[in-house]
Design a protein around this ligand. Structure first.
Ligand SMILES: Cc1cc2nc3c(=O)[nH]c(=O)nc-3n(C[C@H](O)[C@H](O)[C@H](O)COP(=O)(O)O)c2cc1C
Length: 366
């Protein structure tokens, strides 16, 4: 008789030195509501506070430097105001009993000269123009051919992530997730559709993984490996991504990551056979992509995952863990209000049980 695991979404978990009361993670989601200077505002503090019942919250993608920006009203973590804005967010989440990691992001070729300091070209592993359009403050514009980074410039990219990690600690985050998914800079280096370099950052999978490894090492040096996660999307095609052999590319990257021991690997699973990655990785495995309550529990019970990240379900259900625990129907998000705008479609989705007005950390930063 085979032993049946009773692990489910409400089985507590130790992540590094953090105790998670449940395995329901709020997935990173860009909502494009940051304020002046790409600083998090009080509305964002309210939004994250409302969702603090997650075992772990991962913030929306947050640019590590002015060069890393690619979308309107997305927050950064490279200026004083941005750090101060994030401090309001982390304080609110902590006051409500939650834990929160920041997702560190550099968009690479998905930017546009209109975003870049001095109107320069966006940077990338290779001068390959993605198909599609950039979202600029002047509307949609065709992507441009990016400038391939010189080998000597790469330590500067690693430094951008390291400095952002230092700032994350100053802002009160519990840790950081490195965004190596969805066609942004680190993913552009990983995959051979966007990386055709001839130096030690291109060619074989070990080389294409080198920047991710260096960035992960630098962020772990700042925060401690137990406070760091890495997100990948092995078969994602968003942002015109492709790879000739994703099993080899991502299998190699994950095996190499083991040498640094980040606390978790977060996989946007798609149709990829993720057993390979789960088996190859020595830390915790966080699964994402189209999970509901039943599938999440099944993945945990079978040992296919240690944590489940939920994206869309958290938008209209701020109290998602409570709804799961109480078998309460889920609300649907308004698709027209995902990106940009005000409280509407952002902080005005009600919890099933109204929160007491005196709840600690309540409010728009007061
Ligand atoms: C509005 C929205 C914004 C997103 N922004 C990000 C982001 O900033 N960083 C990221 O890694 N993924 C982002 N994603 C992807 C989600 O993290 C997640 O992978 C996706 O929604 C699939 O999970 P789900 O089926 O539970 O929604 C975003 C998804 C949505 C719906």
């Amino acid at each position: 008789m085979t032993a049946v695991s009773t692990t489910n979404l409400f089985t507590p978990l130790t992540l590094g030195d953090l105790q998670l009361p449940n395995r329901i993670v709020m997935a990173p989601m860009t909502r494009s509501r940051a304020g002046a200077g790409n600083a998090p505002n009080c509305m964002m503090a309210t939004y994250y506070l409302q969702r603090a019942g997650a075992g772990l919250t991962i913030t929306e993608a947050t640019q590590v430097s002015p060069q890393g920006i690619g979308y309107p009203d997305t927050p950064g973590i490279h200026s004083y105001d941005q750090i101060a804005g994030w401090r309001n967010v982390t304080d609110a989440v902590h006051a409500a009993g939650g834990r929160i990691f920041v997702q560190l992001w550099h968009v690479g070729r998905i930017s546009h000269p209109l975003w870049q300091p001095g109107g320069e070209l966006p940077v990338a592993p290779s001068a390959i123009c993605p198909r599609g359009e950039a979202m600029t403050a002047e509307g949609m514009k065709p992507f441009v051919i990016p400038r391939a980074l010189e080998t000597e410039e790469i330590p500067g990219i690693v430094e951008q992530f390291a400095r952002a990690a230092t700032n994350a600690a100053a802002a009160g985050f519990d840790g950081a997730e490195i965004h190596a998914a969805n066609g942004y800079l680190l993913d552009q280096f990983l995959r051979d559709g966007s990386n055709q370099r001839r130096d030690r950052y291109g060619g074989k999978p070990e080389n294409r993984a080198r920047l991710l490894l260096e960035v992960t090492g630098a962020v772990c040096d700042v925060l401690g490996a137990k406070r760091v996660g890495v997100r990948i999307s092995p078969d994602g095609t968003f942002n015109d991504m492709s790879d000739s052999d994703p099993v080899s590319t991502f299998g190699t990257a994950v095996r190499l990551l083991n040498q640094i021991h980040p606390a978790y690997l977060h996989v946007v699973e798609g149709q990829f056979d993720c057993k390979l990655l789960r088996g190859a990785f020595s830390g915790l495995y966080m699964a994402n992509g189209g999970y509901d309550f039943a599938r999440g529990n099944a993945a945990l019970a079978s040992g296919a995952a240690d944590l489940i990240a939920y994206g869309m379900p958290f938008i209209a259900n701020p109290d998602l863990p409570w709804r799961f625990a109480n078998n309460t129907p889920l609300a649907e998000a308004n698709p027209g209000k995902l990106y940009g705008g005000d409280e509407n479609g952002y902080t005005d989705y009600p919890p099933v049980v109204p929160q007491p007005a005196s709840r600690p950390g309540r409010s728009e930063c007061d």
